[in-house]
Design a protein around this ligand. Structure first.
Ligand SMILES: [Zn+2]
Length: 180
């Protein structure tokens, strides 16, 4: 039965005088049975670097982010320089200072809610009209000054037609629509 590898915690059978196949390879290649391969080390460095950058984006100082990721501050600054980054590039964005105050937000929300209610009521009215007349019409809502509303009503009365028919006629006259 082969003796186990002499590296603490390694139960693999010995391949060389002291080590298993993996540890013998590392000892020969890097002069240290515990040395990881350059690609493994590079990958670990990349992972720690990502962790450090994430820490800085959360608002940590360079030194604090370095410590968290297991770098010295100096090593992290060297990595940043190599990446063409400065600590300022990684500062978290400041929150928008132009937040509307509470009252203004409440007013805006109330206005949106009112507009929704009106739209729902108009839609209901249009549906009722379509069902009763058997026509397919869609509602177009326009806002007018009180004087203009009075004039439109007066004109509809003169022509003995509905407001819709009046607007349809005006749009047809202007060549905007052909289907009245
Ligand atoms: Zn081993």
């Amino acid at each position: 039965m082969a003796q186990p590898c002499t590296v603490a915690g390694c139960a693999e059978p010995r391949f060389s005088r002291e080590y298993c196949r993996t540890h013998a390879y590392r000892a020969q290649r890097y002069g240290d049975p515990l040395a990881a391969s350059p690609t493994t080390r590079a990958r670990l460095t990349q992972e720690r670097l990502r962790q450090a950058l994430a820490g800085m984006r959360r608002g940590l100082s360079t030194d604090a982010a370095a410590a968290e990721a297991g770098f010295t501050g100096r090593a992290l600054r060297k990595h940043l320089t190599a990446l063409g980054l400065s600590a300022a590039d990684l500062k978290p964005p400041k929150p928008e200072p132009t937040e509307p105050d509470r009252r203004e937000r409440v007013r805006r929300l109330a206005r949106i809610e009112r507009e929704r209610t009106w739209a729902a009521e108009r839609e209901q009215g249009t549906r009722t009209y379509n069902v009763h007349t058997g026509e397919k019409r869609r509602d177009l809502h326009i806002l007018l000054t009180p004087v203009a509303v009075a004039e439109v009503h007066a004109e509809a009365e003169r022509r003995q037609c509905s407001l819709s028919a009046l607007v349809n006629a005006a749009l047809a006259e202007a060549g905007i629509i052909s289907d009245v």
